[in-house]
Design a binder for this molecule. Structure first.
Ligand SMILES: C[S@@+](CC[C@H](N)C(=O)[O-])C[C@H]1O[C@@H](n2cnc3c(N)ncnc32)[C@H](O)[C@@H]1O
Length: 342
């Protein structure tokens, strides 16, 4: 079972099929996918640590749909029915709980109720600091998912030299690169690079692409370069401090295969009309920078303003749009293609 941001399930499904061949996928809850691969187990075991669209990998044990709305007593009753051989064989265990959605109780209470039910049935001792087995209990809405976690931290969260508060989650950056749908690109660019999360994912996904990045905050541009060098992409990195309006002076104009970015959004800038003008300016620039057939992928929480600007500027074709839950916000990942002039 794989977890991701709700909304990114199609990207996980596509990455699974690309990595493992035929896979039967069953959605378990928003952001949770059960997958059964035809490939032999050693192939699957070797492949999952390389997946970039997922956060956690779990070995599923049981799945129950609780009454609506679910209560702690429902959690306890559902867990009490489960026979977990892994727990019977262990001397100690703990429950790690995750709660998604609105409930009138906390994840700690979910862990306590589930843990109590498991102790009562299996007699195994609880050890919160060094348990032999960790049982994960996810309550997503009214779906109760019990599993053994194969990951303890989200995949690929290795330390990087430079981090930024507004940095994207790595798997969302992967999804943005994936949505561009590129084959053997030569040039990929992010003119709002921040800490470079998107360029890093582009570097992994496309080993022969030149990586063009800029940000008008000099520390961000410098940090992006450090991050790209840290992951071994220094020789392909072209990063500098630059206002987006100046990228024509630096980027390979008319030859860029994809611009993939998350420009600033949210409460800072305010009214829609400002966003329309902002996106119009960005799209006009992209018309020059992208090659015909080149792709723009952009994360926006003002999709209407972006769509209006897209219509106004013209010369692009819509490819895909996915709404992604990223904590408090649910912005859109939008992919468009630059049409050939005329
Ligand atoms: C949301 S952050 C990007 C985060 C980045 N994707 C990451 O994962 O680290 C937006 C970035 O755009 C930069 N920015 C805003 N306006 C800009 C402009 N006019 N020209 C260049 N960079 C700009 C900000 O400094 C900020 O680093």
């Amino acid at each position: 079972m794989f977890t991701t941001n709700p909304g990114l399930e199609p990207v996980v499904a596509e990455e699974l099929v690309a990595t493992l061949g035929p896979v039967t996928i069953t959605p378990a809850a928003p952001g949770y996918l059960l997958a059964r691969a035809e490939a032999p187990e050693p192939v699957v075991t070797a492949a999952w640590p390389r997946l970039r669209s997922v956060q956690h990998v779990l070995s599923p044990l049981a799945r129950r749909t609780l009454p609506d709305p679910p209560s702690l007593a429902d959690v306890r009753a559902a867990v009490a029915e489960l026979e977990l051989p892994a727990l019977r064989a262990a001397r100690s265990f703990r429950v790690e709980a995750v709660r998604v959605g609105q409930h009138p109780f906390t994840r700690v209470e979910v862990a306590q109720k589930a843990g109590g039910a498991l102790v009562a049935r299996h007699g195994t001792r609880v050890d919160l600091s060094a348990p032999e087995v960790t049982v994960r209990v996810d309550l997503a809405g009214r779906e109760l998912l019990v599993s053994l976690p194969l990951t303890h931290a989200p995949l690929h969260t290795a330390e990087r030299p430079f981090r930024q508060r507004v940095g994207l989650k790595r798997n969302v950056a992967f999804a943005a690169v994936h949505l561009a749908g590129l084959t053997a690109p030569a040039h990929i660019a992010d003119p709002f690079c921040g800490s470079g999360t998107i360029l890093l994912e582009a570097g992994y996904a496309h080993p022969n692409a030149q990586l063009w990045g800029s940000d008008w905050v000099a520390r961000a541009a410098q940090g992006t370069l450090q991050n790209l060098e840290h992951d071994g992409f220094g020789a392909r990195a072209h990063v500098q401090p630059l206002d987006v309006r100046a990228i024509r002076d630096v980027y390979p104009v008319g030859r860029v295969d994809a611009v993939i970015c998350n420009p600033p959004f949210g409460v800072q800038v305010g009214r829609k009309i400002k966003f329309f003008g902002f996106y119009r300016g960005v799209l006009e620039l992209m018309k020059e920078v992208l090659r015909p057939g080149g792709r723009l992928v952009l994360l926006t929480d003002r999709k209407q303003a972006f769509d209006d600007a897209l219509r106004h500027v013209g010369g692009f074709r819509r490819l895909r749009a996915l709404r992604v839950e990223t904590g408090e916000l649910a912005p859109w990942l939008v992919a468009v293609e630059r049409l050939s002039p005329g």
